[in-house]
Design a protein around this ligand. Structure first.
Ligand code: GAL
Length: 348
């Protein structure tokens, strides 16, 4: 089922879309930022749990530039070193919003914009949002048209599809920045969740700026080895410089086999039995263990503290535009690119 809800805000009318299926699962997405606001599903006792963190009011999403709850991030997710890059012989400067570097494309991110509701398709439980990002927007070249489609299927898959075209070559690495807590958004630490990741390598960071060194390192024998299920907390406090730089996990892992049929990640909430499987055809995932949450006010009077949520941000690798040995995030002029990430829920 698909329903819409109009909300009056200080910046005009916002449209939220509620998609629900025959399994009692539902999501709420908003044309403010093409944001995922709620993701409700039944736990092992049949109780509905909202498994994503978020703000209490829609108004707060206009300034979603700190935690990025549920955000659609673009044009480039993650860090760009020195907030600049060269493309086709030209140098481009973007905003420095994290020291000398850029994080998530700066203060005027796509998650703070009002997107067009381009189409609603009740028969397949689907909504498409569209954003026109002019040439020079955030400092990037080319007029980019980005469409994000959310679809909720009857087998509990939330499919997020990105479709993009630009009139000039431009870097593009969009992501969804939802924080999951499979025990329920207000249930505290995620450290006892089980997690498995089909990722045999990761990109270490230089220091607490979180800029990758450019190396690709095997996870074997490191806390980053999630190839067999273990709790998120098992190795998180190890004395390992990579973990210390970021106060926990906040690193890009290379997916062994990015595809939409085999999950690259499986996580289970220890209290609810809710299982999340994630699929993507993008090459990397930033696994972030919510290290910088600090008693952040959230939905229904919740307070989100350090490690109360985790993100699986599918994307090209951080700083890929400046790192020749990473897969190129460049979208070629007048070519359409399409990426998809699926979050599927069930009971373990
Ligand atoms: C993540 C990033 C973290 C933190 C977070 C937002 O994508 O890797 O370091 O900035 O976003 O609070």
């Amino acid at each position: 089922m698909l329903q819409t809800q109009e909300i009056e805000t200080t910046k005009g009318t916002i449209t939220n879309i509620i998609l629900s299926n025959n399994q009692e699962t539902s999501v709420v997405v908003s044309n403010l930022g093409a944001t995922l606001l709620n993701f409700k599903t039944q736990d092992k006792n049949g109780k509905l749990q909202d498994i994503v963190l978020g703000f209490d009011t829609i108004e707060e999403y206009f300034s979603n530039t700190d935690t990025y709850f549920g955000a659609s991030v673009g044009r480039i997710a993650n860090r760009t070193e020195t907030a600049s890059f060269s493309l086709n012989g030209e140098t481009f400067q973007i905003d420095k919003n994290e020291g000398d570097n850029n994080l998530h494309s700066g203060p005027n991110g796509y998650q703070t914009r009002v997107w067009e509701v381009e189409s609603l398709d009740k028969s397949i439980n689907q909504v498409t949002f569209k954003l026109d990002s002019p040439d020079g927007d955030q400092g990037y070249p080319g007029h980019l048209t980005l469409k994000i489609t959310y679809q909720l299927t009857d087998d509990n898959q939330l499919k997020i599809t990105y479709q993009a075209i630009s009139d000039k070559d431009t870097p593009l690495s969009p992501t969804n920045h939802s924080y999951f807590n499979l025990n329920g958004h207000a249930s505290g630490s995620i450290e006892n969740h089980l997690l498995q990741l089909n990722a045999s390598a990761y990109t270490p960071i230089k220091d607490s700026t979180s800029i990758p060194t450019g190396q690709i390192v095997n996870v074997e024998g490191t806390p980053f080895d999630f190839r067999h299920p273990k709790t998120i907390g098992q190795d998180i406090n190890q004395t390992f410089d990579q973990l210390q730089f970021a106060s926990g996990y906040d690193h890009n892992l290379l997916l062994d086999d990015p595809n939409l049929q085999t999950a690259f990640a499986t996580a289970v909430g220890d209290k609810t039995g809710i299982k999340l499987e994630a699929f993507t055809n993008l090459p990397g995932v930033q696994f972030y263990s919510g290290n910088f949450l600090n008693n952040h006010p959230g939905k229904n009077q919740a307070s989100y503290d350090k490690r109360h949520g985790f993100c699986l941000e599918t994307q090209f690798f951080p700083n890929a535009i400046n790192t020749p040995n990473f897969p190129s995030p460049v979208l070629k002029a007048n070519e359409t690119n399409s990426y998809q990430t699926i979050y599927k829920v069930s009971i373990e």
